[in-house]
Design a protein around this ligand. Structure first.
Ligand SMILES: [Cu+2]
Length: 167
């Protein structure tokens, strides 16, 4: 199983279906021809990606809802990110999504999508507000591009920050 760790995290996340095959091949050592059929994929979700580094694939068109807590973004929807702290989102390049926070803790928050230089991408940002139920005013519709690497609350950028991986 150590061989599996050599696979880059990104690739491991991307090819969950093939992961079983990879492990099977790795297990064959030098002698085998590695043509196992790898037909079991029932365990491909959640089991292999330990720690806080795993991401969640989000269906194109999904509205991603977060709860703006001063200490973190807490996932609300879809169910696959419910209750997760600063969930890592895996999106498909060129597809459209909506992200934002329909509820918060009354602190002053916004949401913005940033590139790896820390700059807002394509004007994808909202005005800060301390409303607890800001509704659509804190929702952003955006196209997933490889430029986008994280979603951030500007006033709490050290705590309220989550990774976006576009593939
Ligand atoms: Cu905030």
């Amino acid at each position: 199983m150590t061989r599996e760790n050599a696979v880059s995290r990104r690739k491991a996340l991307k090819v969950t279906g093939a992961a079983a095959t990879t492990a099977l091949v790795a297990g064959c050592g030098g002698g085998g021809n590695g043509n196992g059929n790898g037909n079991g994929n029932g365990d491909s979700n959640d089991s292999g990606n330990g720690g806080g580094s795993s991401g969640t694939e989000i269906e194109p068109g999904t509205t991603i809802e977060l709860d703006a807590q001063t200490t973190e973004w807490t996932g609300i929807a879809p169910d696959s990110i419910a209750d997760a702290s600063n969930p890592t989102l895996i999106l498909t390049e060129g597809e459209t999504y909506t992200i934002g926070w329909p509820q918060g803790d009354g602190g002053t928050h916004n949401i913005e999508l940033r590139n790896d230089s820390g700059d807002v991408v394509e004007g994808y940002e909202t005005e800060t507000t301390n409303e607890e139920e800001p509704g659509d005013s804190q929702m952003i519709e955006f196209e997933a591009t490889s430029e986008i690497v994280e979603y951030v609350c500007q006033p709490h950028e050290a705590q309220m920050v989550g990774e976006i991986q576009v593939e």
